[in-house]
Design a protein around this ligand. Sequence first.
Ligand code: UDP
Ligand code: MG
Length: 312
Amino acid sequence: MDLSVVIPVYNERDNLGPLHRELSAAVERLGRSYELIFVDDGSTDGSLAELRRLKAADSHIRVIRLARNSGQTAAMVCGFQHTTGNYVVAIDGDGQNDPADIPRLLAKLDDGYDLASGWRVQRWQNEKLLRRWPSVVANQVISRFTGVHLHDYGCTFKAYRGDLARQLMLYGEMHRFVPAIAAELGAQIAEVEVAFRPRRWGQSKYGMGRIIRTILDLITVRFLSGYSTRPIQAFGTIGVVLAALGAVWTGVLVFEKVILGQPLAARPALLLAVLLLVVGVQFVSIGLLGEMLTRTYHEAQHKPIYVVKEEF
Ligand code: UDP
Ligand code: MG
């Protein structure tokens, strides 16, 4: 199989027919063998019946139906795990991405990149300023934080080298951080300008609630990419600094009490010193627990802490 296209679907009934038509036209032109993997993420609007209908008429289609709504990230990982293609393309099921861009994404893979990530340039030009700057800020923050600089982290329209897609393990809503996670696996990443169209049917599955969840996922990704194999260095550093401050401060207070004979009862400084000591020790302990978890995680699954690119 040359190409697997993965399409997560949650209540997109009326978008599926037009999308399938465009997709087929775009990939047929490539002249490569392909499969279209639709992952129905527990739709309740009749999307599944629509997929059955499409599948009956097109043998390139595979449909995987999840038992319940599990979220876009889970649907995508499920799709990736079922792919067999040398190349894998992920595209939204709502028709907001234009399948005609697929050849340009794949061309980047032919150039030697492992991941070609869509950049919805038009979205910026058409969007009102008020909706534009949160997105600009978000992309800058994520780029800084992860060290992988992209213009459009929100775009799930991407082409992957097959092994990379099948290697990805994503949790929460981490489909937004795929480039950062892929970079961690040593992937070479390119950005490709793609079209962006308004939704024609149905509605977006995300609201403002995504902001907090994205921040939390970002912290997780950042922590895991930097410290998952050495948690004591992250937690321990904080812990040692806090505990040292607490110890010095406690020393000063003891000196004042014992040598200078000043009463301590009404001094908030005492509370702070004790708090620093206790919290510092706790941070170090969390780091040590993390070290044990890391060993269990890697050794139980025989997962190395490195990624080999090639051997010769
Ligand atoms: N999606 C999904 N499961 C969910 C939410 C979304 O499979 O729980 C799919 C959805 O059907 C669409 C894609 O993920 O194909 C992107 O979702 P949406 O268009 O709502 O996101 P937006 O474009 O608004 O960021
Ligand atoms: Mg959408």
